[in-house]
Design a protein around this ligand. Structure first.
Ligand code: SAM
Length: 366
């Protein structure tokens, strides 16, 4: 599979316009704060963007960030601006042609930003331990539409867990399916290269994450993908695909379920670009100033991480009140979200992304 993927991203595709579907090309509404960051990125880098989501979590200033499957570097250069001169962003990719574009514009970007805090490394994301990266040294690891392309997703998640600092997070967008992808679809080179064939069934992904030490994966946003290309739709049959962004915190104290200890948090409104609310995930939109009930895991995701200074924490773990209301294990994706056509040329060929599903108001979990 590595060779097929290298050829696809190194030779077959020359720009985002060459994609046969839009699974690997994000159409989510771009937040206003991202626009000036992208405006400072070289056009050739932007033209070779093949991501499926937004991988810019809040509060990155001074952070050490790793981008798995960085491609030509769009996200690395956007994150570099957020991490600032005291932070660092490292991009890893296995495809020479992609890395050449990324590295070729490094001087241009350091001049535009006024600092150089990026580094690109050639390597496989299944073998992160071979890249001379210090274990436990990254605050945040991101990835945009890459894990589905990996033939060994368990190894990727284990490597990520080992490279993250305690309290660090893996924040990544990828493609998932509503059931296991049959071999005939997985082995189709176009389906695989276009980020569909290697998509993980969502429940297998959750289990793999837990096996790698990420006890409570949180869904940040998702949208269904509709296959509009007749030939690809025929191959996919009844399979449904979703683009989704998850955040996985490295915290050994997280429990396997959301337990209720009667705790609550109050958000101070102090995270840059988040004055009115902080969105932890689809079920936790935490309004500034409101006493917001949380389960023990959510408490820890805020208290044991870089977000701690921005919250007041009410309660402790002394009293247990059972499972947190609303905790469940059904499919996390909303299949009935309205599907929105993309402007051409992306909608003309293969897959259509719907608007992100609306986030819940809070109070429930998982
Ligand atoms: C869909 S593109 C996404 C690129 C980039 N994240 C972006 O948003 O533009 C997938 C990228 O992952 C890289 N890749 C795929 N599998 C990989 C692996 N096992 N190890 C390292 N890089 C990989 C490919 O070379 C390609 O650049």
């Amino acid at each position: 599979m590595h060779k097929i993927v290298k050829d696809y991203y190194g030779k077959t595709l020359q720009s985002s316009a060459d994609l046969k579907t839009s699974a690997c090309c994000d159409s989510s509404t771009m937040p206003a704060w991202l626009k000036p960051l992208l405006a400072r990125i070289h056009p050739e880098v932007l033209s070779r963007y093949y991501g499926c989501g937004l991988v810019c979590p809040s509060l990155l200033e001074g952070c050490r960030v790793l981008d798995l499957g960085c491609g030509s570097g769009r996200d690395v250069y956007a994150l570099a601006q957020l991490a600032g001169p005291k932070g660092e962003v490292v991009g890893v990719d296995m495809t020479d042609e992609q890395l050449e574009v990324a590295k070729g514009h490094q001087d241009w970007h350091s001049e535009a930003f006024g600092f150089d805090n990026v580094r690109f490394i050639k390597g496989y994301i299944e073998k992160l331990d071979e890249l001379n990266l210090e274990p436990g040294s990254f605050d945040v690891i991101v990835s945009n539409c890459v894990i589905n392309l990996s033939p060994d997703k368990a190894a990727v998640l284990e490597g990520v867990h080992s490279l993250l600092k305690p309290g660090g997070e893996f924040y990544f967008s990828d493609v998932y399916s509503d059931r296991r992808v049959p071999d005939a679809v997985r082995e189709d080179p176009v389906m695989y290269g276009e980020c569909l064939g290697g998509a993980l069934y969502w429940n297998d992904f959750l289990q793999l994450s837990k096996d790698a030490g990420f006890a409570d994966p949180r869904l940040v946003e998702h949208r269904p993908l509709e296959i509009t290309d007749d030939a690809l739709a025929l191959k996919a049959g009844n399979l449904r695909f979703f683009s989704a962004t998850y955040r996985l915190f490295r915290d050994d104290e997280l429990e396997s379920a959301c337990e209720d200890y009667g705790q609550a948090v109050i958000y101070h409104g102090t995270i840059p670009d988040n004055p009115h609310r902080f969105i932890l995930d689809e079920h936790h939109v935490i309004e500034t100033g409101r006493v917001f009930p949380v389960c023990g895991n959510t408490w820890r995701m805020l208290k044991d991480t870089r977000f701690a200074d921005h919250f007041t924490f009410i309660g402790d773990f002394d009293h247990h009140f059972g499972i947190f209301k609303g905790c469940g294990s059904s499919m996390p994706f909303n299949e009935s979200a309205p599907v929105e056509s993309l402007p051409s040329p992306l909608s003309a060929s293969g897959v259509v992304l719907a608007s992100p599903a609306p986030a819940a108001k809070g109070g429930s979990c998982c």
